[in-house]
Write a protein that binds this ligand. Structure first.
Ligand code: COA
Length: 535
């Protein structure tokens, strides 16, 4: 058995790249083309494949090492091979299949135009590969982008590369979709850029003359309509949302996993195969938290009339995912009831108001939150979560109440922690402070975690009832609508009473209808006679 040296292929003009993953161990038996190590520059990720089927003798580099073209990185043994260097074999592979680390493909020059202009986004130099597949469109039409934001991800057998925005602007259109094959110079979309910004114009890429992995120079397309210029998108960068090599991306596609949901534990948060496996295991065991793709409509509404399209911010996208996950995985039911809060409101507006310092406001919400902690203590299942396999119930001994807050960017749910330990005045001032922080975008992440029950109050806005969606992994949420005076029969006559509509949505796997009716009734009784809150 002859030992063969495996060297880094020609890197197409890049001085140094980092080893970010060792995919094999000495003794591993490999097929030809199996990845040995993964290298990364700030422009691309590439695998160094086994040049033939055989056994790994030794790996001579470690994660974090810097290597160059020709660096000796491993030894392999294969039957019938002469002891030799296989750099040439790897070079050939790289020449055919690895996108060259792309040089600067555009150069800014001052714009001559005076208005905003649309520019074409063009596939950059692919290092000699005929065509690569689009595996991800990373942004949506209408998104406002910074220069370098990743637009789409291309993949060959050996490498993944991102096509970043050549300059800041607004994405006008994509002319391609996931699964399409594209080649160097293909127009993949249009970007609206400010005319005052430097406009990138195509220049030939500059591969080193000696670089076998570099492609022939990009041939710039002719300038199109007056206000449209053709540019080559810049080289792939590491600025994209998902950091993963081709093998991991392939596995993710096979498993149907959205990589943006996976936390990478590799260098620079790179997603590795075991991260994917851990992710899948966790989702299988905890179906409530499963990521679901939020699907919209494919229909072209512009055929019916004028439309505009706008991007959804991160808060709205996360909310959409959580709502879809809750709605599709939890059998939920809503129980309605009404609390007579005539006396509570009288107390709040008169006696209590007179006792409070100037400027301190206590809305009905603080009383409702306090009453909820008491009801949760009386009905512990409402303050629980299902265990990982949905065959145990985790009963929480803490009473953290999430408060849904409507902000200009969407719904946020800060948490009143240890609400059972606090009085109504403290709960009122803390919820006002949290709501203000949420609206001012100053809410820290930990202020939104750990809720064991949620209240969503639309009482300040109006409406008679609604069906809130359970905030998984919690099992119940209380919706509060606007109180109004109603004629209530007291046994002898109708009396005007201030009635507060409550809507309790609950997870029917944990709570049954009778329990829900008892819980809401109890809550109503607590709110009807505020003295019960003292007990
Ligand atoms: N019935 C009648 N009036 C009510 C009421 C109710 N259920 N709840 C509040 N009000 C009154 C308040 O007393 C206040 O009036 P006042 O100034 O005369 O005292 C007014 O409505 C405004 O109250 P608001 O500022 O909304 O305070 P709040 O403490 O009731 O609510 C938030 C605070 C943060 C919950 C609320 O501002 C909010 O964002 N609600 C929206 C939540 C949401 O979007 N949920 C939907 C999720 S799907």
């Amino acid at each position: 058995m002859a030992q063969t040296q495996v060297n880094v292929p020609d890197l197409g003009g890049i001085d140094e790249v980092e080893v970010i993953e060792i995919c094999v161990q000495p003794g591993d038996e490999l097929n030809a083309e199996d990845a040995l190590i993964v290298l990364e520059s700030d422009k691309a990720t590439m695998e160094v494949p086994a040049p033939f089927a055989g056994k790994v003798k030794e790996i001579l580099v470690a994660v974090g090492d810097k290597v160059n073209s020709g660096s000796h990185v491993a030894n392999m043994v294969g039957v019938g091979e002469e002891s030799s260097s296989v750099e040439a074999v790897v070079e050939d592979t790289a020449k055919q299949e690895t996108p060259a680390p792309v040089e600067q493909a555009t150069q800014p020059k001052p714009a001559a135009a005076t208005d905003n202009q649309e520019i074409d986004i063009v596939v950059p130099d692919l290092g000699g590969i005929d065509s690569v597949e689009i595996i991800e469109l990373s942004v949506s039409v209408g998104d406002t982008l910074d220069a370098e934001d990743s637009l789409l991800v291309l993949e060959s057998d050996k490498a993944t590369m991102e096509v970043p925005a050549p300059q800041a602007g607004k994405l006008v259109s994509f002319s391609v979709q996931v699964g399409d094959k594209v080649s160097q110079g293909d127009v993949v979309g249009k970007l609206l850029v400010a005319a005052s910004a430097p406009v990138a114009t195509p220049v030939e890429s500059k591969p080193e003359a000696s670089s076998p992995a570099s492609a022939p120079s990009a041939k710039p397309e002719p300038v199109k309509a007056a206000s449209t210029q053709t540019v080559s998108a810049q080289a792939p960068t590491s600025s994209g949302k998902v950091h993963a090599g081709p093998a991991v991306r392939k596995l993710a596609r096979e498993l149907g996993v959205d990589l943006s949901q996976v936390t990478g534990t590799g260098p620079r948060s790179r997603i590795q195969k075991h991260d994917l496996h851990d992710f899948v295991k966790q989702r299988v065991n905890n179906p409530v938290a499963s990521p679901l793709t939020v699907k919209g409509s494919d229909e072209d509404f512009s055929k019916y009339g004028a439309i505009t399209e706008q991007g959804l911010n991160k808060i709205k996208q996360v909310t959409a995912r959580n709502m879809v996950a809750s709605w599709t995985t939890i059998p939920q039911v809503t129980q309605f009831d009404e609390a007579d809060i005539t006396d509570l409101e009288h107390y709040r507006k008169t006696a209590m108001g007179a006792l409070l310092p100037e400027g301190v406001k206590v809305s009905p919400l603080a009383f409702i939150a306090k009453a909820c902690t008491k009801a949760l203590k009386a009905f512990p299942e409402f303050n629980s979560s299902l265990g990982p396999n949905a065959d145990t119930l985790i009963l929480k001994q803490y009473y953290n109440i999430g408060i849904a807050v409507d902000t200009p960017d969407g719904l946020l749910v800060p948490v009143l922690k240890g609400a059972d330990q606090k009085g109504v005045v403290e709960l009122a001032s803390e919820s006002a402070e949290l709501a203000k922080k949420a609206r001012d975008k100053k809410l820290p992440m930990d202020a939104m975690s750990g809720a064991s029950f949620t209240i969503s109050s639309l009482g300040g806005i109006g409406g008679t009832a609604f069906t809130p969606i359970v905030n998984a992994p919690q099992v119940a949420i209380l919706g509060v609508s606007k109180a109004s005076y109603k004629p209530v029969w007291n046994g002898e006559s109708f009396e005007p009473r201030l009635m507060l509509p409550l809507s309790l949505s609950y997870d029917h796997r944990v709570i049954d209808g009778a329990q829900a009716a008892r819980f809401t009734r109890y809550l109503c009784e607590l709110l009807t006679d505020v003295r019960h809150l003292l007990l």
